[in-house]
Design a protein around this ligand. Sequence first.
Ligand code: ATP
Length: 493
Amino acid sequence: MAKINEEIFKNVISHAKEYGFVFQSSEIYDGLSAVYDYGQLGAELKNNIKTYWWKAMVQMHENIVGLDSAIFMHPKVWKASGHVDGFSDPMIDNKDSKKRYRADQLLEDKITSLEAEGEKEKADHLQTEMDNALKADDLPLLKELIEEYKIVCPISKTANWTDVRQFNLMFATQFGAMAEGSEEVYLRPETAQGIFVNFLNVQKSGRMKIPFGIAQIGKAFRNEVIARQFIMRMREFEQMEMQFFVRPGTEMEWYNKWKETRLKWHLALGTNPEKYKYHDHAKLAHYANAAVDIEYEFPFGFKEVEGIHSRTDFDLNQHQEFSGKKMQYFDAEVNPETNKPYGNYVPYVIETSIGLDRFFLVTLINSFEEQDLSTEEKQDSRSVLKLHPALSPYKAAILPLTKKDGLPDKAREIMDQLKFDFNMAYDEKDSIGKRYRRQDAIGTPFCITVDYETLENNTVTIRHRDSMEQERVDIVNLQKIIGDLVSWKNLLI
Ligand code: ATP
């Protein structure tokens, strides 16, 4: 990672902690690796991201409905889905540092550093060789590549590697109170299976007609071989997934549509399009016939934020076979070629799957700015989170200019009118300048200042976070002004 990018990333992480967005889990016990807690502002931001996704996917589509399935599922689900046998990563240990790595990630880091050194041809060559090795599940070849490209352990700086082995990523636990007679169950490694096993329940009870989708936001757990880069790769994380059920033969059309729709969702937040790119999968998962990642340019390079997969009828077929229950849909629409209904079939599925935490990180990185505001007279700077107002934890802050002369009472009165519709902050401590800076740092789009003029004519100033400009407005208009500026409409139309 280039020094400057490393610095930005470090600053984002410390900003997230300092202002109550993200804390290391169990920090007072030195933390639990790759597990994080969301603080008072992180929880708000995360909820707002969920709302943005849910509204865009469920509320804006008549043919998509939501679901909230349990984390525990019948153990056979994970047999059927292929996770018991195949959900593993190639890992390699360094014998000197005793550290464990994912073989493919060591190679990917090498590719990124070759690219940064201007060795494009070499990087492309390694990428092709690695893709081929992964496709063929050729573990010895992965090791050969690590040796050939002289990749060393970042800690011990040696190339004293073990062989590459497969490592299953699912967490297992005991189900039932007694150890004896209890059964082993898994913490779900993805939310998708909760949707597949409920496919018929939702289709029948909701009278859904193909094409239709089922969306879900929920926790997933993966015992990642190596967890790093803050909330980028966690052992407990949240996914926002949607499975879209379609008629076989139409899947590529829907795959392309969702690929486009999902990128638009990312870009609607105002992100520079150059920060995003598609990355087609070279190695398709056992269930897919097409797959693409939406990648974002993190300070440590382009990495996956969301995956769009054409999963064929693999999952429903597997559940049909393992459960012995039919997973078919009767399509009454008439096929113009045969003049008969399309009839019974197992639908094909397009999946869109985004990591909530990873997208949270994108949002923080994207919005974090350190600005130098120095003038000839004085040195000045500020940290600002330029969050889209719809995502901001607080929609506005109410700030009485001073703590006396009835200004706090007036400020509270305004707050009491607005708090039903907007999450509001109230702050009367320190100078007004310091308070503005505090709100800038947590991404509050508007500061409402109550001053002596307010007591005379019921007007206040609104200060805009990004431009730092102020305007004087009537209190009665605040509801509409803030409402318009933070409305979900600005993102969803
Ligand atoms: P990766 O290649 O980075 O391990 P993946 O291809 O296994 O990811 P998917 O199974 O497609 O990921 O999961 C969908 C999304 O869930 C990913 O795009 C990512 O945003 C998120 N995700 C997956 N694993 C993690 C994790 N360990 N921590 C945080 N988010 C994750």
